[in-house]
Design a protein around this ligand. Structure first.
Ligand SMILES: Cc1ncc(COP(=O)(O)O)c(C=O)c1O
Length: 490
């Protein structure tokens, strides 16, 4: 295990400190009244050891910048550096959300233009960029559906229909927004079972939440029929736009029949991806729902932009000020740099890469749905169960080969599944290395299964007791129980 910086302390060793009394460094120090009276007990290490400690920690992180990261359902695509540089321009970073409108016309124009571009791509008419993540976007969209029915005095609509392959945030959102969830079965082709939908849709249906392609990576050829059934019963359709990447400028959710949707800018539009943030989950809708959009809203009249902070029909504020401005600034640049046909090409390449992998892995894994996939696909590692090997073991062994594991055991309805999403950013050489690595692991299972069962061997933390790690997580390394297994060599 990596020693903590405190364990590395050697007395009389010091890194460099700025001379506190020198006037040119005063700006780097907090004012005296904010400082502790007693000096802080900091570890004593040389500057070089300090540098090595932090550099070594930084290298332990596996990310899209360092490794292939085919984590299905959590798109890990290139974040173009030009967008980072542009988002850091002082003209943007130095604006304040409470600055007078007339001084931030450029920022407001950017917000307005991005909403219009996203609406154009998705076939919607209005939107907001304020939610900070996809899940928060879902909450906004479902609250807007609730407001719509309330506005129409249609108060008996208490249920949201959700397919059994849905991402966990969908039912969580519906519950948080005060609805009961009703699960709709997936059929043998991996699509929504229309008979099950017909059996559950009713005058109690407020709406249906759906992602298309679904979480199995399959596009529903009956989507317009699904929309017709739900609308016929007075419900609305919510599009979970987490899987928009393969649809870009090919098919529009609005044309499929959806009324409201979110986008995960940190997926499709290449902005940095974090654990729930910093993200941006814009919500777009059609004319039926636009009066319920959150505030603040940007409006344009006589060539000037203004901000509306309150509207009695609105569901209200959902985030501080305008949300994560620096994130959607990056997405704005992404749409501008690629243009209409560039975005379409992104979708096509994402689909091509996924289908290439799927075809090349079909000799070692069960492929539950043989039809072409969209940007991601599921395979099953169930034919190795007799050797005591599960999907989890493949995931762990891949880490030893410097590849981030695909999503495992999601969607929940597929046994021993791995959900693989290469994205359009990856080269054929990288995809071939991934294919070759999985074949190598299969060879290891035949010749030396323990090396797979006990993986990973090369990471700071080796095989964990997954159940214990989930039930009693230790989130503070200093309190870590010594019974956890750490690789002594690192
Ligand atoms: C299908 C689907 N829906 C919703 C979400 C939630 O999005 P976010 O992580 O931005 O909250 C995800 C995230 O992975 C997803 O894959």
């Amino acid at each position: 295990m990596t020693k903590t910086i405190f364990e590395k302390t050697q007395s009389e060793q010091h890194a460099y400190s700025l001379p506190a009394e020198a006037p040119e460094f005063q700006n780097y120090y907090p004012p005296a009244h904010l400082l502790r009276e007693e000096p802080l007990q900091l570890p004593e290490v040389s500057e070089l050891d300090l540098l090595r400690h932090f550099t070594s920690l930084s290298k332990k992180n596996m990310g899209i910048d360092t490794n292939f990261y085919p984590l299905g359902s959590c798109t890990m695509k290139l974040n173009p550096r030009i967008n980072e540089v542009s988002a850091a321009l002082p003209g943007f970073t130095r604006t304040h959300p409470l600055a007078p409108e007339e001084t931030v016309q450029g920022n407001l124009e950017l917000i307005d233009e991005l909403i219009k571009t996203l609406c154009h791509i998705c076939g919607m008419t209005a939107g907001t960029l304020t939610p900070n993540a996809g899940a928060q976007g879902e909450f906004v969209g479902i609250r807007m559906i609730a407001s719509y029915h309330k506005h129409n005095k249609d108060t008996g609509r208490t249920e949201i229909l959700i397919p059994d392959n849905a991402h966990g945030t969908n039912p969580a959102t519906a519950k948080m927004a005060g609805f009961t969830t009703v699960s709709i079965r997936t059929n043998a082709q991996g699509d929504m079972d229309l008979d099950d939908l017909r059996a559950h849709v009713s005058e109690k249906t407020a709406g249906l939440m759906l992602t298309n392609p679904n979480t199995l990576g399959l596009f529903s050829p009956v989507i317009t029929e699904i929309a017709r059934i739900v609308h016929e019963h007075g419900g609305l359709l919510y599009y979970d736009g987490a899987n928009l990447n393969p649809m870009l400028n090919i098919v529009r959710p609005g044309d499929m029949g959806f009324d409201v949707m979110h986008l995960n800018l940190h997926k499709t539009f290449s902005t940095p991806h974090g654990g729930g943030g910093p993200g941006s989950g814009p919500v777009l809708c059609n004319d039926k729902l636009k009066i319920f959009l959150p505030t603040p809203r940007i409006e344009k009249s006589n060539d000037a932009y203004s901000i509306t902070w309150n509207d009695p029909n609105s569901i209200g504020h959902i985030s501080t000020f305008h949300g994560n401005f620096a994130i959607y600034l990056r997405a704005y640049l992404y749409t501008k740099l690629h243009g209409h046909f560039g975005l379409r090409r992104i979708a096509e390449m994402a689909v091509l890469n996924a289908n290439y992998l799927k075809a090349k892995l079909s000799d070692i894994f069960t492929i539950p749905f043989p039809q072409h996939c969209m940007h991601e696909f599921v395979v099953q590692a169930d034919n190795y169960l007799n050797e005591g090997i599960r999907a989890l073991d493949f995931a762990k062994r891949l880490l030893d080969y410097g590849i981030h594991a695909p999503t495992v055991y999601f969607p929940l309805i597929i046994k021993e599944c791995m959900l693989i999403e290469p994205t359009e950013s990856e080269s054929k050489a990288t995809l071939d290395t991934f294919i070759q690595t999985l074949h190598t692991i299969v060879h290891e299972i035949r010749t030396n299964p323990d090396i797979v069962k006990e993986a990973p061997h090369t990471l700071p933390v080796t095989r964990l007791d997954e159940v214990r790690a989930n039930k009693t997580p230790i989130l503070n390394a200093l309190k870590a129980d010594s019974s956890l297994q750490f690789s002594p060599s690192i």
